[in-house]
Write a protein that binds this ligand. Structure first.
Ligand SMILES: Cc1cc2nc3c(=O)[nH]c(=O)nc-3n(C[C@H](O)[C@H](O)[C@H](O)COP(=O)(O)O)c2cc1C
Length: 336
C-alpha cells in the first residue's frame, strides 16, 4: 500500500488509483476480494435494489457480504423513491459499509424505464432530493455513479455532477457513455475531463480502460483521481497489479483459477459456486487455443469433480509448449 493516500472520499483515505467496477454477476465477493488483493483500491458491491436490502433473500445477502480486509467497502444501491433510498442507505451503513453509492448508470429496461439506474438522471430534481436527504442523515460518505445521460439529446452529466456535489455527494464516478449507448461505442473521456474541471470532489473515470497503459492515459487525459475498470478486469484481475494479460505467466493463471474456484465453491456452495465460476474460467482461458468442444464442456460442466478433471486436462495441454518452441499466448478478447 502506498504511504500517502491517492485521494479521499469524505474522510476515507483511498490508496491506489485503479478500482474494479461494480459489475452485476461478476464483482461478487470471490472476484472482488481477489482484485482487491491484487491492488484494486476500493471494493464496490454489485448493485442492490434498495427494497431488497431490508430482508435480503440469500442471493442479495451474498451480494452484501464483505470481509474486513476489503475495506473501503462501497455498497451500491439503486432505486427512485427518496424515502426508500434513505432507509436502504441507512441499512447499508448499519451493515458496516464505508461508503454508500447510488447507481445512476444501469441501462436495463426494467430498471431505467422505471426511473432508477440511468433513468434517475432524467429527473435531476429527484437526484438533488435523494442526495440532500441521504447525505444529511448518513455518517458515512455518499457517492454517485453516473453516465453521460439518457441519449445524445440529453447528455446532462454536467448538471447531474454539480447536483451530486452541491447536495453532499463525496465522489462522482462517470462512465463516459449514454444509456442509449449501453456498453458499445467509444467512451467519451473528454466528458470525464469536463466533470473533473467542474467539481471539487474526487472523480473516477470509467469506460474503455483495457490495458495498464490506458490507466495512465485516462488519468493524464482527464485529470481524474482514479479509474474504474470493468470488463477488462474479467479474466485479467492482474491489471490491478499493473500487468497486462500478455505479461501473466500460465503458472499465475493456473494458480488464480484454482484460488478463484476455491473461493467460489466455499462461498456459494459447490453447485452454484461452479456455475458462477464457469464464465470466469472461459475468460481466464480465452487467450489459449482450446477446441470448441473443450470450451463447451467447460462451460456446461455441472459437477465440480468433472470440472476440475477437465480443468487439469486443459491446464496440462496448454502448459505443454507446442512442438519446437515455447507457447506464447495471443491477445485476449476484451469485449465482455
Ligand atoms: C456485466 C456487467 C454488469 C454491470 N453491473 C453494474 C452494476 O451493478 N453497477 C454499476 O454501477 N455498473 C455496472 N456495470 C457497468 C460497469 O461498472 C462499467 O461502468 C462499464 O462496464 C464500463 O466500464 P468498462 O468499459 O471498463 O467495462 C456493469 C457492466 C457489466 C458489463
Amino acid at each position: 500500500m502506498p504511504s500517502a493516500p491517492s485521494f479521499h472520499v469524505g474522510l476515507i483515505s483511498i490508496h491506489g488509483d485503479a478500482i474494479l467496477s461494480p459489475m452485476d454477476g461478476f464483482s461478487d465477493w470471490p472476484f472482488r476480494s481477489l482484485c482487491r488483493e491484487l491492488g484494486s483500491a476500493m471494493s464496490y458491491t454489485e448493485f442492490i435494489k434498495a427494497e431488497d436490502i431490508f430482508n435480503p433473500p440469500k442471493q442479495v445477502a451474498d451480494k452484501l457480504h464483505y470481509e474486513e480486509d476489503e475495506r473501503p467497502v462501497v455498497i451500491q444501491i439503486y432505486g427512485d423513491d427518496p424515502e426508500v433510498m434513505l432507509a436502504a442507505a441507512e441499512r447499508a451503513q448499519e451493515l458496516g459499509a464505508d461508503i454508500v453509492d447510488i447507481n445512476m448508470g444501469c441501462p436495463s429496461k426494467t430498471i431505467a424505464n422505471r426511473g432508477a439506474g440511468a433513468g434517475l438522471m432524467r429527473t435531476p430534481l429527484k437526484v438533488a432530493r435523494i442526495f440532500k436527504l441521504l447525505s444529511a442523515s448518513l455518517e458515512i460518505p455518499l457517492t454517485g455513479k453516473i453516465r453521460l445521460g439518457w441519449d445524445d439529446d440529453t447528455r446532462n452529466y454536467p448538471l447531474i455532477a454539480r447536483i451530486v456535489e452541491e447536495n453532499g455527494g463525496a465522489l462522482i464516478a462517470l462512465h463516459g457513455r449514454t444509456k442509449a449507448q449501453g456498453y458499445g461505442g467509444k467512451a467519451n473521456w473528454e466528458a470525464i475531463a469536463e466533470v473533473k474541471d467542474a467539481v471539487n470532489i474526487p472523480v473516477i473515470g470509467n469506460g474503455d480502460v483495457k490495458t495498464v497503459a490506458d490507466i495512465g492515459s485516462m488519468k493524464e487525459y482527464t485529470g481524474c483521481d482514479a479509474v474504474m475498470i470493468g470488463r477488462a478486469a474479467i479474466g485479467n484481475p492482474w491489471i490491478f497489479s499493473r500487468l497486462d494479460r500478455g505479461q501473466v505467466s500460465f503458472e499465475q493463471v493456473r494458480e488464480m483459477m484454482l484460488e478463484h474456484l476455491e473461493r467460489n465453491l466455499a462461498f456459494y456452495g459447490e453447485q452454484i459456486g461452479l456455475v458462477l465460476f464457469r464464465k470466469h474460467a472461459a475468460r481466464y482461458l480465452s487467450p489459449y487455443p482450446l477446441s470448441k468442444e473443450t470450451r463447451k464442456k467447460l462451460l456446461t460442466s455441472k459437477q465440480p469433480e468433472e470440472f476440475l478433471t477437465l480443468l487439469y486436462e486443459i491446464i496440462e495441454s496448454v502448459n505443454l509448449p507446442p512442438e519446437g518452441g515455447e507457447y506464447h499466448p495471443g491477445p485476449r478478447s476484451r469485449t465482455g
